[in-house]
Write a protein that binds this ligand. Structure first.
Ligand code: SDX
Length: 435
């Protein structure tokens, strides 16, 4: 319950038994107020309890705003729909990192810096040969991105703003190169060097699909579609992987190690791994006639099955990214002249689910991962690369959030507490006494 103190500040009262405490209430630019619970334990001897952080804000941020009920996503105040249609991924990277859209001169300088950081140390190629050829590309990304901290010692001092910016540029620039190397390694083809004459998405596509034996021509429609997909995935407030990056960064770990931690978290099928899982689900369903049975199983808790690409912790309305992803799906399939039966399955599945009481009552809508697998497969990427592409795009958000956290005077090492439900204190017994 809000009250207003004499100074006009809002606060909430909390009474626990004979203990009372007041918590300052803070308002943001838009969105819910927060109750500052920092003194609750000191004043009441009790912790707050919120596994999964369903009602807990872990920071203040200026980067991304989501309204789950209205299906709104803003990067630094700009609606995702406008950025997806009018901006580029590299411009969105600048916006997330610096807080404002760049002037033409600022963008050209940023583009030039990022372009010239796209190569990785040649020793990195030796690092790759240690992996099995059938290693999952996300496993390779966890290892190789973490290994960047072994190469770029001149940008690991997090207290030096210049080094923070160099590390940010390096990560945005090198993630596509490492991702393409992971793909090439998995298919036994030689690594393709980045090209400075190509834009971000085109360069990534040529590093993935070019071969030394013949010229490779990027299809501009497909490159634009991939660039738009990168924009859609660039940031998303305090999602699991971003919170992982922030928590790792709160200990003072270097940015390369923090991003590697974010990649590991993103890999999970409940998070960034859902695009791979969603396509596998559509392949398993195979035909529209199997949808009803699959949906029935997804509604049955005991089946352990979920509708992958559906539902979201924050969006209780349509994920605005899913709409743009669906449009991109049509555009890419039309450009390539592909009639993918899985798109028919996805469209029918969406219609059935959106009219099913279970999904309506639980407010489960398609999320960004529902259509992305169909698009990425049409672009020529194997399923195992889907989450890698998510990680390439999300690096912009991760590093912007990491930088904001390092520069936030309110931030300290993240160290949650717990509700202990284990054994009470007891005496050690010798093994001879144990039966
Ligand atoms: C991403 O956080 C972000 O912003 C993430 C992300 C980003 O850009 O960073 O948006 C990217 O991770 C998108 C989400 C991708 N994951 C999936 O598509 C996997 C399938 N979805 C779910 O596992 C689930 O919806 C989550 C993990 C996305 C959200 O889970 P919540 O908020 O913790 O919700 P929940 O698991 O508590 O589910 C609430 C209810 C449960 O039923 P009850 O216990 O209330 O009876 O809804 C059910 C769930 O069983 N439910 C589903 C379901 N998702 C939730 N039932 C069937 N199919 C689903 N997909």
């Amino acid at each position: 319950m809000n009250a207003i103190d004499k100074a006009g500040g809002k606060f909430a009262n909390l009474s626990c038994g004979d203990k009372q405490t007041t918590m300052p209430v803070r308002s943001g630019t838009i969105g819910p107020d927060v109750m500052d619970i920092g003194k609750v334990y000191a004043n009441t001897g009790m912790f707050t309890y919120d596994p999964g952080f369903t009602s807990t804000a872990n920071c203040s941020s200026k980067i991304t705003y989501i309204d789950g009920d209205e299906g709104v996503l803003l990067y630094r105040g700009y609606p995702i729909e406008q950025l997806a249609k009018q901006s580029s991924h590299l411009e969105a990277c600048y916006l997330l990192l610096h807080g404002e859209l760049p002037t033409a001169a600022q963008f050209e300088e940023f583009r030039s810096i990022v372009t010239r950081h796209t190569m990785v140390h040649e020793q990195m190629t030796r690092f790759f040969t240690g992996f099995r050829r059938d290693a999952h590309p996300m496993a390779i990304m966890c290892g190789s991105v973490g290994a960047l901290s072994a190469f770029y010692h001149d940008s690991t001092d997090i207290h030096d703003p210049k080094q923070r910016m160099i590390a940010s540029h390096r990560l945005i620039a090198k993630m596509p190169t490492l991702a393409a190397m992971a793909f090439k390694y998995s298919v036994g083809q030689p690594f393709i060097y980045p090209r400075n004459d190509l834009d971000y998405a085109s360069n990534f596509m040529q590093m993935c699909f070019a071969v030394p034996c013949e010229p490779y021509h990027v299809n501009p429609v497909l490159a634009r579609a991939l660039d738009r997909i990168f924009i859609l995935h660039a940031d998303h407030e305090q999602n699991a992987s971003t919170s992982t990056v922030r928590l790792a960064g709160s200990s003072g770990a270097n940015p390369f190690a923090c991003i590697a931690a974010g990649i590991a978290c993103l890999w999970g099928p409940a998070h960034g791994g859902a695009n791979e899982a969603a396509l596998k689900m559509l392949e398993e369903i195979g035909d529209v006639k199997n949808i009803k049975g699959f949906v029935a199983r997804a509604k049955d808790k005991n089946s352990g099955q979920r509708l992958m690409g559906f539902g979201h912790r924050v969006y209780k309305n349509y994920d605005p990214r899913a709409k743009v992803m669906q449009e991109t799906c049509y555009e890419v399939l039309k450009t390539l002249g592909i009639k993918d039966p899985l798109l028919d399955v996805a469209m029918e599945l969406e219609q059935i689910a959106l009219h099913d009481e279970y999904f309506i009552e639980k407010k489960l809508y398609p999320n960004v991962d529902f259509y992305s697998g169909i698009v990425l497969r049409a672009l020529g990427f194997p399923t195992s690369m889907f989450t890698v592409l998510f990680a390439v795009a999300r690096t912009a958000g991760w590093i912007a959030q990491w930088k904001e956290m390092v520069e936030d005077p309110e931030q300290k090492i993240g160290r949650p507490r717990q509700l202990y439900v284990g054994a009470p204190k007891r005496e050690y017994t010798d093994v001879a006494m144990r039966v």
